[in-house]
Ligand binder design. Structure first.
Ligand code: C5P
Length: 395
């Protein structure tokens, strides 16, 4: 494990602990800057091995040379990975032990970036990440949220337990290898005039988390997404749309060759009947908008022949079970994941959620947790259903 100099370095100590707890042997390389944040002794105590730091340290090189260290590792994880380290390794620079180790490594490499949101958003950082990914490096995160500098946005290191899960999953078989999955996510925008639209509070987090998990499970993922503030998971094909009608066209086109369709989008049920060509003026004390019904996208996918496995969502404020079961049947779905909205925790906009999943003849509760973990659990259920329906294709 490589640790770079950033405030998230203290979380890397927890990451070593979690990896050790899962019976993995960890050797730590710290950059000079990392040693300013956390003392090497912390990592030595947690990993049970002396920490490597200096490329030109004769004693360390005698104990285990950097080439030997690169051969010893089954996997190299750089967490936190700073913008500087990403830039270095993206361009083959090797002026310290960690960047040299990267260059010498033949094993799979994971990076968990952590930096200020503007640094992450900088074109050059994005180019470096894209370059590393094209070199086969796996990128975990970063996550969004409040930053140590007080700013908000993408750039936080993903939590240690989640990094551990993603890294260890790498060794697991790809349960959805070659399976074509279309996922719709986010809200739709229904324009009233050139400046106004009707929308809803969907953040797209659930759909994007499902897309990321499906990519990790080996699926070919097409993500049809309404406007959201999220980065598309690497490896998924993103089709950005705005209106329900655009989403309908994109979803139907891609679902004709899909094995699984997951309708996680919050599609507007209605759109304004007319679209004003110029901005509507505020004449009069009251105004009215005539709405017309949007097509039900998921029901249309369930009518396709051949029909993919169709998974829907139901966000309910009351009588969740009855509404969910009714939708399962009336829309001819194979699975429906229902959740409460308008409660203290979970639902739209939240990072956490709980689901009650129904299928013909069965149900399962997935307890309140973060949307990423929930996505894994739901995808496991979907994978199970898909394998039940396609025993031959999978044998
Ligand atoms: O009927 P309701 O909107 O509650 O159903 C929710 C499910 O139906 C979700 O999976 C959603 O993506 C899908 N849906 C759709 N097209 C619509 C409305 C909902 O695909 N016009």
């Amino acid at each position: 494990m490589g640790v770079c100099g950033g405030i998230a370095a203290y979380k890397a100590a927890e990451l070593v602990r979690v990896l050790r707890k899962q019976d993995h042997e960890v050797r730590v390389v710290m950059t000079a800057a990392a040693r300013q944040f956390v003392a090497p002794l912390t990592f030595q105590a947690l990993s049970g091995h002396a920490v490597h730091g200096d490329l030109l340290d004769v004693e360390q090189e005698q104990a285990m040379s950097h080439i030997h260290l690169a051969r010893w590792a089954d996997l190299l994880l750089i967490a936190p990975a700073t913008a500087d380290m990403l830039a270095k390794i993206a361009h083959g620079l090797a002026d310290d032990l960690l960047s040299t180790l990267y260059l010498a490594a033949e094993c799979p490499v994971f990076v968990a970036p952590a930096m200020n949101q503007a640094m992450w958003g900088k074109v050059v950082t994005q180019e470096n990440i894209a370059r590393l990914q094209s070199h086969g490096v796996h990128c975990i995160g970063p996550a969004a949220g409040e930053q140590a500098c007080g700013e908000q946005g993408l750039g936080r290191m993903v939590e240690p337990a989640e990094i551990c899960r993603q890294v260890l999953k790498y060794e697991q078989p790809s349960l959805l290898a070659g399976v074509n999955i279309v996922i719709s996510a986010g809200p739709t925008r229904e324009p009233l005039d050139p400046v106004r639209y009707i929308t809803n509070r969907s953040s797209g987090k659930m759909g994007y988390a499902l897309a990321a998990e499906a990519v990790s499970a080996g699926a070919n993922v097409t993500l049809v997404s309404g406007p959201v503030n999220l980065l598309a998971p690497a490896g998924a094909k993103l089709i950005p749309v705005e209106t329900a009608l655009q989403m309908y066209d994109a979803v139907i086109m891609h679902s004709r060759s899909a094995d699984i369709y997951i309708g996680a989008a919050a599609v507007a049920d209605y759109r304004p009947q007319t679209l004003a060509e110029s901005k509507i003026k505020k004449d009069g004390e009251t105004g009215s908008i005539v709405l017309t019904k949007n097509p039900d996208i998921i029901a249309a996918v369930a009518r396709l022949q051949p029909k993919p496995l169709v998974v829907g969502f139901a966000a309910e404020t009351d009588d969740l079970e009855n509404y969910a079961k009714h939708k399962l049947q009336s829309k001819n779905l194979d699975l429906i994941a229902a959740n409460w909205v308008g409660q203290a925790e979970g639902g739209f906009d939240s990072d956490r959620n709980a689901l009650q999943v129904f299928w013909p003849g069965g149900q399962q509760i997935l307890a309140m947790t973060d949307k990423r973990t929930l996505a894994v659990q739901l995808l496991n259920l979907i994978t199970e259903k898909w394998h039940e329906k396609n025993p031959v294709k999978n044998s």
